[in-house]
Design a protein around this ligand. Structure first.
Ligand code: FE2
Ligand code: FE2
Length: 239
């Protein structure tokens, strides 16, 4: 449970996932100078927006048939998967921004581990977009920059707020993925399987951040976050 005032004893790792693979140069947990960190963050931004960071886990859609959709279904599924891809671009930027100013090194390490797991989501959404003959959002540099700034602002409030921001973000994403699971074409089994796996990961991220001592964000912060997300979804569906 998150707490409004104090915090619960900190779990050893709120993001209880595998360690960052050694072959993954995008994130590192060794002690870095501020300039090193800036360069690592810049590299992550470029990789996320212009590159194709590889997933470390198998694509969950691999076991599902790639059913041929009619044109209207394909366009709708592509619009929804573009939104989800933008969401993962934003997740990268938020976590990296939050980690940049996290006070506790353990919190910083956990945020970077979470970003590594979100990289799988980013790669799976990009793969599905390509399968649907579509493309990522043209505004990804803008989404990344805005989310990084929001991540910095959240992180500067302290680690309790930082973790609270993780909880609120992940809960909103979870609800949004539920919506997409209801509106995706029934036949789009591959997108559905990706979203189901993402939803389970996001729920775990939120649960673990709560157990690590997240504070409950006061209104109007959650309402502003929801409004920003609604605007992003409306634009990213087309652009
Ligand atoms: Fe994600
Ligand atoms: Fe997440």
């Amino acid at each position: 449970m998150a707490t409004a005032g104090g915090s619960l004893p900190r779990a050893r790792h709120w993001c209880n996932i595998r360690p960052i693979p050694s072959k993954m140069p995008r994130m590192t947990l060794r002690t870095l100078s501020p300039l090193d960190r800036l360069l690592v963050d810049a590299q992550n931004a470029l990789d996320t927006v212009f590159g194709a960071p590889p997933a470390q886990r198998p694509n969950p859609a691999a076991s599902e048939a790639d059913v041929v959709l009619d044109e209207a279904e394909r366009r709708h599924a592509a619009g929804l998967m573009r939104i989800n891809h933008v969401g993962e671009v934003c997740a990268q930027a938020l976590y990296v921004g939050q980690a940049a100013v996290a006070r506790d090194p353990a919190t910083r390490a956990d945020l970077l581990r979470a970003a590594a797991e979100e990289t799988d989501h980013l790669a799976w959404c990009a793969q599905r977009l390509a399968e649907l003959d579509s493309r990522p959002s043209l505004l990804n540099p803008l989404w990344y920059a805005g989310s990084y700034a929001i991540g910095l602002a959240a992180g500067l409030r302290g680690d309790g707020w930082n973790l609270g921001f993780v909880v609120e973000t992940e809960r909103q994403v979870e609800a949004h993925l539920d919506e997409h699971l209801q509106t995706l074409p029934e036949a789009d089994l591959r997108s559905r399987q990706i979203l189901r796996t993402m939803k389970a990961d996001e729920a775990r991220h939120a649960d673990n951040a709560e157990q690590a001592g997240a504070r409950i964000l006061p209104q109007p912060v959650p309402a502003i976050m929801a409004a920003a997300s609604k605007l992003m979804k409306a634009v990213a569906y087309r652009l």
